[in-house]
Design a protein around this ligand. Sequence first.
Ligand SMILES: [Zn+2]
Length: 185
Amino acid sequence: MFRKSIYFAALAALASNSPFVSAHELGAHVHGVASLQIAVDANTLTLDFSGPLDNLLGFEHVPRNARQQAAVKNMADNLNKADKFFVPSADAQCMLQSVKLDSLVLESKAVQDKKEKSRQHEEERGHADFDGEFVFVCKQIAKLHDLDVKLFDTYPNLHQIKVEVATQKKQSSATLTPAQRRVSW
Ligand SMILES: [Zn+2]
C-alpha cells in the first residue's frame, strides 16, 4: 500500500505539470485518447464512447461565442446520427435505436454556470469530458463481428481509441488509430 501511494503521488506530480492531463482523473483524461466499450448481448449492441471533450470540440468549457456554440451544436447533431461514425458488420443488420449524450457543454445555461463555478475549486479545472451511449438493435446479431469507427476524419484531435469488447462468449481489447479503424472480434 505504501509503495502504491508513492507511485500515485509521483503520477499526480507529473500530471499537474502537463497541460494535457488532469490530475483529477489520472490516466483517463488524456487529450487525443478516447475509450470505447462495446457490449454485445442478446440482439443489442451497446457502445459507450467517452473521453476528453477536446477530442471532439477543441475546447473544454462552456461556449463563449457564437462559433463555439455552433461547434457544440454541430457535435451533438453529428453524434445523434451515430450510425455515420459507428458502422457494425452489414450482415448483422443493426439499426441505431437510442443515443444518450452527456457533457457539460450540452447542459442548460443555468446548470453550466453552476458546474463551472464549482469546478473553480477542483483540480480538474479547465478540463471536461464527453460521454455518449449508442444502442443498436441487430436482426442478425450472430453475424456481428466487427465495427468500423469513422470518427478520425471528422475529429482530427482524436488520435487513439482504446476499445474493450464484451460478448457473451469472450472479452477482448484493441486500439484504434487513423491507420486502424476497424475492431473485430
Ligand atoms: Zn482536458
